[in-house]
Design a protein around this ligand. Sequence first.
Ligand code: AP5
Length: 214
Amino acid sequence: MRIILFGAPGSGKGTQAKELMKDRNIPQISTGDMLRAAAASGTELGKRAQAIMESGQLVSDDIILGIINERLNEPDAASGFVLDGFPRTLKQAQGLQDLLAEIGKPLDAAVLMDIDFDILMKRLTGRRTCSTTGKLLNIYFSSREELDECRNSGGELIQREDDNEETIGERLDVYRRHTEPVIEYYRSHGKLKTIDADGSVDEVHERLLQVLGG
Ligand code: AP5
């Protein structure tokens, strides 16, 4: 299975990609996670990417396509993958199309996680990652047990640098201008599937499995 999950910041791409990774035993390939890892390791690329991410803008298409090219050539991606947060411009979508044509492995589906923008602010300002388990949590939506599980393991709830109201506003604006046109790209290529991304994590996951054919 080769699929893309795309949608606005906070629509739940990362959450659902992790579920799919468990279900289908395919890697989650998140350009956001890869850029944050580069930033944490302090490489030149990482430092440049960090500044861009903190401003809510997009890292250049050439850098992103280079990273994806390398990642898709790793052995674990041979049997499939779920792309999370890529492509998010028309140039990236075209670049991916060329890359997959080269290796003769077409995309199965591009799933748009559709959600009202007013729900996203709470999801993003409430998002935390547990420093010990790495689990994605939310101070508004996760259960008390899940939050306590992190604290009891000696972990801290870490907030992303770009999850503040000002940067979130910028990210939503960038999404409207650069990523929304990608919806039409996949519709015209007959690959677009849309799911309602509002509801519990389990409900959204059910919808995702349904559009992917069970
Ligand atoms: P990236 O990391 O991709 O961020 P994003 O697209 O803004 O998306 P998010 O990770 O914020 O949200 P998500 O949809 O994954 O939601 P999540 O599951 O976490 O990119 C960050 C930056 O990197 C970009 O701004 C850009 O600078 C750069 N970048 C990355 N890719 C790039 C590219 N291709 N080109 C150029 N630049 C790139 O959920 C959010 C919260 O909601 C969590 O707390 C979660 O627990 C909660 N939640 C999820 N689902 C539900 C639900 N159903 N009900 C209640 N709560 C829920």
